[in-house]
Design a protein around this ligand. Structure first.
Ligand SMILES: [Zn+2]
Length: 301
């Protein structure tokens, strides 16, 4: 049984960092939202495969699309937090960051009717100080550590120490960090967790990388954004060639590729679960002073 976490960051196409110069937050209210429609495609796909998943929802979106948040919760999925206003945490002061996550957490809990204990930072922008703030705000886990050195925006957590299970670390008192997987191929670090890389690499190559990750970690963690399931979103000019490439590459392929990937994982005994379910098992094992509890994925080989 391979624990597989398919996770989704729920935000609208115009809220991403790549397009921020064109769409500052003051303009968001005037732009037709597409996030609910895009997210419903994800919910339909997961329902077809009876998959439970984790949705890191933006507080701004939850306030405007409360029905969508309830649909996610009613589908048996976990509601987690992607902050309120989609500002990179490292661009906020610690106090501003705390206000942002608490506002989002309270909004999501009120609408979704479940405790929110998971967080993922916009653009994986995180550091130790902000992680401690999350723990103080009642979060149990963070999934913002992306150990990929070439990207210009990903935050750094420094030395994480020894993992309690492959790709999972306990930082602070009991805060669990779920690391996004990266594979080493020919001296290069290749992200294998999803996002633009999922759309950019040839599909069969991506699936081979996923199998390498599973062999190495015994589990798999993936992220995609709701707008990656929205091939019909408006194309805008002026973002710059690199940013436009990151945002628009192969959007049409997200859904069919996702079906292929899920099929491959199903054939390999995947156990699709929420991030919280896995984190709860880690925290129980740590509290009991046990390593190697069967609920935790062990390193293969
Ligand atoms: Zn985001």
């Amino acid at each position: 049984m391979i624990p597989c976490l398919l996770t989704f960051d729920i935000e609208d196409w115009f809220q991403v960092e790549n397009l921020r110069p064109l769409f500052p937050p003051e303009r968001w209210e005037t732009i037709p939202r597409r996030v609910a429609e895009a997210t419903r495609r994800v919910l339909k796909l997961l329902a077809e495969h009876r998959i439970r998943s984790t949705f890191f929802v933006l507080g701004w979106v939850a306030e405007r699309e409360p029905e969508l948040v309830r649909e996610i919760a009613n589908g048996g999925h976990e509601i987690a937090c992607h902050g309120y206003g989609h500002v990179m945490p490292m661009k906020l002061t610690p106090m501003q960051f705390r206000d942002d996550v608490l506002r989002a957490k309270e909004t999501l809990e009120e609408i979704g009717g479940q405790e929110v204990v998971g967080y993922r930072a916009p653009s994986f922008s995180i550091d130790r100080e902000r992680l401690a703030i999350l723990e103080g705000c009642g979060f149990h886990y963070d999934s913002s550590h992306h150990p990929f050195g070439l990207h210009d925006r990903y935050g750094r957590l420094g030395d994480l120490g020894s993992p309690v299970a492959p790709g999972m670390y306990v930082l602070g008192d009991q805060m669990v960090e779920l690391e996004l997987p990266v594979e080493q191929v020919g001296g290069l670090s290749l992200p294998v967790s999803g996002g633009g890389y999922f759309r950019l690499y040839p599909a069969a190559f991506f699936r081979r990388l996923v199998m390498r990750t599973i062999a190495r970690r015994g589990s798999y963690l993936m992220y995609l954004h709701s707008w990656e399931f929205d091939a019909g979103q408006p194309r805008v000019r002026g973002a710059g060639p690199t940013r436009a490439a990151r945002h628009y590459v192969n959007l049409k392929r997200t859904l069919p590729r996702m079906r292929q990937l899920i099929g491959m994982l199903e054939r390999r005994d995947a156990h699709f679960m929420t991030a919280r379910a896995l984190v709860d098992a880690v925290r129980r094992a740590v509290a009991a002073g046990v390593s190697g509890e069967p609920a935790l994925p062990q390193r293969a080989g």
